[in-house]
Design a protein. Sequence first.
Length: 173
Amino acid sequence: MDWMQQVGGLLNTYANGSGDQTRAVSDFDDVARAAPRDAMRTGLADAFRSSQTPPFASMLSQIFGQSGGTQRASVLNALISTLGPALVSRVLSQRGAAVPPQIQSGQAVAPEVAEQIPPDAVEALAREAEQKDPSIVERISDFYADQPALIKTLGGAALVVAMAKIAQAQTRK
């Protein structure tokens, strides 16, 4: 059975962006199990950019705070590749965070190092990265597309927007 046959009716309830935020958390589980990764990535990127949700940097900070070391390292390494080690070091210092030697030297950040970086510093980094290269939203969305439990931590409003965008994208095809 095609995934849209499985969850198409459910997505239709969110297509106009006015679904029930409380139900969205449980409905999102069904969508995440059925939808292809690309649909999840696109829906998440659209939610990150939506005027109906907090700014991307704020949402990334929130999801980063709920992420484990491996996920945090992937996010930080994406931000470092966008901003460069000097800017990342400066922003971390301004936020009162210790600047690990790996960041200063431009090396990949290990999970145990990433766990020491506070979410508010990631918010500042994400704001800078989005201004410098808006495609960071897609790269972060691509990473988190495989992490539906973490996406759910963004809350009902973001999930409603994500499912609306997934539904709208499918009706355009």
